[in-house]
Ligand binder design. Structure first.
Ligand code: AMP
Length: 607
């Protein structure tokens, strides 16, 4: 069975397949090799990709994007609260989770971020099915290296809702390293720095590649930094300029801000190839037009701190990997935002003029690597000409609190997996017989700022004075990322453990099933909408044809028949326009009736 590789991006997504000993990037039904990760709901249909993006300025309340910034986060997460101020669509709190609220077909609907991501995944899956001519269920989906467990789990759930069996979730820069490695067939070990700056996330990874063994040394970055942050900086700048010019604050008007944001994104891209860019928006706010310019220098200055922060991450990763910058053989750029000249310059200066690898397509590398891994897994490695082995690291530190609120790290971030680490803990009270282990992941010193993975209690500890009884713990992560934490008291022999697998933390089966059913309902509705649209077009074409025939052929058809068929045509058109809920089958039936009348008229006139 064919397995595909999917790069589910914040801004754009891409799907690829490995066949005939090479990776093929699959174009969508518009012929484009990347699909915007946008969904738009209108009064009649759900749009995905480019069509959804085009709706943004007209229908910003119901056009959803950057959903990857929400996935796996709680509603009160500070980044969610900040992002909400920038988006034109509405987010509501359900439980402690964010839900997206839209009006679809005149009804208010809410969706979890996983459901919206699943709609993007479904689109890519369907593009792959059309391309391969077969049903596809198996996929490798990529995630930013710095995604925590909750974000990974939610992404896997999105895959399940889209009807995908997620074979593996691979870190985006690791996938790019595979793409790079498959393209560079040198047998010598090379140390590669993957710099991945996309629309919403930023990852840096250092890996060594030797004879198709991909050995990730360290990874780091920021799950909340990317091209969209640069767009927002430009939006803020122009909102202020608009205010200075006209003395009004346009920032409260979501539609105007949405239009300005689209224009800023285009200007930003222009600034990658030109020293200045124009913004022209007619009737932007209160009927006022807006015309302005922005220079490359200004754009760089307004984002200087964000651009610089990417280098800070590079330095941290170099230090974590214990690699000197002179030891980096190749710098591979991934993600649309690496086209920004200043980013390239900063990197080149930091690496003292080192050339940047240009062989890899920054938009497609991640999907490329994911497709190769998908084939590697699904065929047990036997069918991939360039068979490879992947050695990855754990991106976030794992630890526990044991009674205090400081994070006690047992497995530091960037530890090669599989790994097994032991740690002794002592009791904090006299005659303590139980010890609670709360397991967390994250880099923050205060445990409550990190992500809680699970809790278990070790009971039956041999009573002893405070600080005397010693409990031993073992933290193990296996090759597929499953974490097992065991605690035992050597004196009493008591033992307890917790197993934290991605699967256990996935949403409950019945919750997923509900979402799958909802997704299926939307899919059926989408198919029906397309059929209805085709049926309407056919009817419209026929009515147009009838008018032309009647106008041209005034002799053979009697005026009475002419009047009759024109009336019938008009009635059919009025009927379609008046009733939104007509099914495609009824429209086709009406079209066939008209065709019959037309044919009969022809038969009569040719008799
Ligand atoms: P990705 O997530 O890799 O598809 O990257 C998308 C981000 O790259 C968006 O924020 C785009 O605006 C940005 N981007 C794409 N092309 C360019 C370009 N030529 N210059 C600057 N940014 C770009």
């Amino acid at each position: 069975m064919t397995a595909i590789g999917i790069d589910l991006g914040t801004t754009n997504s891409c799907v690829a397949v490995y066949r005939n000993n090479r990776v093929e990037i699959i174009a969508n039904d518009q012929g484009s090799r990347v699909t915007p990760s946008w969904i738009s709901f209108t009064d009649s249909q759900k749009l995905v990709g480019e069509a959804a993006k085009e709706e943004a300025s007209m229908n910003c309340e119901n056009t959803l994007f950057q959903i990857k910034r929400l996935i796996g986060r709680k509603f009160n997460d500070p980044t969610v609260q900040e992002d909400m101020k920038l988006w034109g669509f509405r987010i509501v709190e359900v439980g402690d989770r964010p839900k997206l609220q839209v009006t679809y077909k005149d009804e208010v609907k809410t969706f979890f971020p996983e459901e919206i991501s699943a709609m993007v995944l479904t689109e890519l899956k369907e593009a792959a099915e059309a391309y391969m001519g077969e049903k596809i269920t198996d996929a490798v989906i990529t995630v930013p290296a710095y995604f925590n467990d909750a974000q990974r789990t939610a992404t896997r759930d999105a895959g399940r809702i889209a009807g995908l069996n997620v074979l593996s979730m691979i870190n985006e820069p690791t996938a790019a390293a595979i793409a790079y490695g498959l393209d560079n067939k040198s047998n010598e070990e090379r140390t590669v720095l993957i710099f991945d700056l996309g629309g919403g996330t930023f990852d840096v990874t250092i890996a060594t590649i030797e004879e198709q063994i991909f050995d990730v040394k360290a990874t780091g970055g920021n799950t909340h930094l990317g091209g969209e942050d640069f767009d927002y900086r430009m939006v803020d700048h122009f909102v202020e300029e608009f205010g200075d010019k006209h003395g009004v604050d346009m920032s409260t008007n979501k539609r105007a801000v949405s239009r300005l944001r689209v224009a800023c994104e285009a200007a930003k891209r222009k600034l990658s190839v030109s020293t200045s860019a124009k913004i022209q928006l007619d009737g932007l706010f209160m009927g006022l037009d807006f015309r302005s310019n922005i220079s490359q220098a200004k754009f760089e200055a307004m984002n200087a701190d964000l651009f610089d922060s990417t280098l800070t991450a590079v330095k941290t990763v170099l230090s974590d990997a214990k690699v000197n910058k002179n030891q980096i053989d190749d710098i591979v750029l991934v993600g649309g935002s690496t086209r920004i000249p200043k980013i390239r310059k900063l990197l080149q200066d930091f690496f003292e003029g080192k050339e940047i690898c240009r062989k890899i397509n920054p938009d497609e590398a991640v999907a490329y690597g994911a497709a190769a891994l998908a084939k590697n897994i699904s065929s047990g490695g036997s069918e991939v000409k360039e068979r490879f082995q992947l050695l990855d690291v754990t991106p976030l530190s794992i630890g526990t609190d044991v009674g205090v609120s400081d994070m006690f790290v047992v497995i530091p971030r960037n530890t090669k997996i599989p790994t097994r680490m032991t740690q002794n803990f002592i009791t904090s009270a006299d005659n303590q017989t139980a010890l609670s282990f709360k397991v967390y992941e994250g880099e923050r010193p205060c445990i409550h700022d990190n992500h809680h993975l699970g809790t278990f209690v070790l009971r039956g500890i041999t009573p002893a004075p405070r600080g005397v009884a010693s409990v031993q713990s073992v933290f193990e992560i296996d090759r597929s990322g499953i974490l097992i934490v065991t605690a035992y008291d050597p004196k009493s022999g008591s033992e307890n453990k917790i197993k934290i697998t991605n699967d256990e933390k996935l949403m409950a089966k019945d919750e997923i099933e509900k979402m799958i059913a909802a997704a299926e309902k939307f899919r059926i509705e989408d198919v029906e909408w397309k059929e209805k649209s085709a049926a309407k077009n056919e009817l419209e074409d026929l009515v147009y044809k009838i008018k032309q025939i009647v106008q041209k052929d005034t002799t053979s058809v009697s005026p009475g028949d002419q009047e009759k068929i024109l009336q019938k045509s008009q009635a059919a058109m009025d009927w379609v326009k008046a009733y939104k809920k007509i099914e495609s089958q009824s429209i086709r039936q009406r079209t066939n009736e008209l065709k019959d009348v037309l044919n009969r008229m022809h038969e009569i006139s040719t008799d």
